[in-house]
Design a protein around this ligand. Structure first.
Ligand SMILES: C[S@@+](CC[C@H](N)C(=O)[O-])C[C@H]1O[C@@H](n2cnc3c(N)ncnc32)[C@H](O)[C@@H]1O
Length: 223
């Protein structure tokens, strides 16, 4: 069993402005742990977490994969980037946080070269203005405000993710039932040639959480 990263250096003040790991975070950790052997066999060179928050998820995958991998972590919230950096130090893994939206300034350099992509997005349905306001404010509301169907922020990244994935790359996404998981899967296959499986799901209070894993649909590449 891989231990949950040590977050004892983070305080209540940090969690006033940065997402505190919760059931969604832990579901993603459980999904990565279940894929531990496959992830190691992939021998990744680059991982990228979008919205790293406290840094808990990236520190966890860094424990699985070891020091030879580059762990890029982005977040729109500058305080989250500071927390991610300190979580790396606390857990003796080298995390590289970057304070940008999605992977925007890196996308050309990273084209088809990221082996593992992780995103636990702001998935809560809100009015669209709330999501766009939260993106602009770059604070704690950006951790959850997702706009229509909770998909306004996630949808922007879903348009870009295939371009970042290496040939053998995989993408792990957290979603809730209100996001229309079958609809996400159908669209990603039809529009981007990414085949997906629900690899874990769990009820947590009112939320029905899912972790989706996307890979290239090899039947399309070969045909
Ligand atoms: C639900 S929290 C997840 C935090 C952490 N990954 C975890 O699982 O505990 C979503 C994170 O995404 C960040 N975020 C929201 N919109 C973003 C964007 N456009 N680009 C990068 N990060 C974003 C938020 O600031 C927040 O840290």
């Amino acid at each position: 069993m891989i231990p949950t990263p040590d977050l004892s250096h983070l305080t209540a003040d940090d969690y006033d402005c940065v997402y505190e790991p919760a059931e969604d975070t832990f579901l993603l950790l459980d999904a990565l742990e279940a894929d531990e052997q496959e992830l190691k066999q992939l021998r990744p060179r680059i991982t990228l977490e979008i919205g790293s928050g406290s840094g808990c998820v990236s520190a966890f995958i860094a424990k699985i994969l070891g020091p030879s991998v580059l762990y890029l972590c982005t977040d729109i919230n500058p305080h989250a980037c500071r927390c991610t950096l300190s979580t790396g130090v606390q857990n003796k893994v080298a995390l590289d946080p970057i304070n940008v939206t999605f992977a925007a300034p890196l996308s050309l350099r990273l084209k088809r070269s990221v082996d593992v992509i992780l995103f636990n997005p702001p998935y809560v349905p809100t009015i669209p203005d709330e999501a766009s306001g939260a993106q602009d404010a770059r604070g704690i509301a950006g951790a959850w405000a997702g706009g229509v169907d909770g998909m306004n922020v996630t949808d922007v990244f879903l348009e870009r993710v295939e371009d970042l994935m290496s040939d053998r790359g995989r993408f792990y996404l957290v979603a809730i039932a209100e996001n229309d998981v079958p609809g996400i899967q159908e669209r990603m296959l039809r529009l981007h040639g990414l085949q997906s499986d629900i690899i874990l799901s769990r009820r947590a209070g009112r939320e029905h959480l899912f972790v989706l894993r996307f890979v290239r649909d090899l039947s399309r590449v070969c045909s």
